[in-house]
Write a protein that binds this ligand. Structure first.
Ligand SMILES: [Zn+2]
Ligand SMILES: [Zn+2]
Length: 130
């Protein structure tokens, strides 16, 4: 299992090192959520992630099956619940242990920040990958 945590350490989680995919998302929502040029995230079945500490400090922005889950104390974007509640997109920056998977593409490059230049050779997609 991989451990993860928010900035203030109020919330901790464990997730299996069994991610199905990993991407760098440049959409404006991910940029605003993270305050960064893009958000690296990895997708996994929902039941493979457990909150281990600080359940009472979780802030859910959205619906039970479609949301962004943050630490309510420091605001760190921990993960999003997506695909009708079946999958979780873990914000890779909140992992303490390194995952085996690496992001394989840049998505929503059509709306990326004009002040950021992508400097690697990964494939780029205007929106979702084909
Ligand atoms: Zn926190
Ligand atoms: Zn995005």
């Amino acid at each position: 299992m991989l451990k993860g945590s928010c900035f203030c350490r109020s919330v901790g989680y464990e997730v299996a090192d069994e991610f199905s995919y990993a991407l760098n998302c440049h959409c404006s929502n991910c940029r605003r959520t993270t305050g960064a040029a893009f958000k690296p995230f990895a997708g996994i079945e929902r039941e493979k992630l457990q909150i281990t500490t600080g359940k009472g400090h979780i802030l859910v922005h959205g619906e039970p099956d479609e949301n962004d889950t943050h630490c309510a104390v420091c605001g760190s974007p921990l993960f999003s619940v997506v695909r009708e509640g079946k999958y979780i997109h873990v914000s890779l920056g909140t992992l303490i242990d390194p995952p085996s998977i690496r992001p394989t593409a840049h998505i929503f490059v059509g709306s990326k920040a004009p002040w950021y230049d992508i400097a690697d050779e990964l494939p780029q997609f205007d929106e979702f990958p084909d």
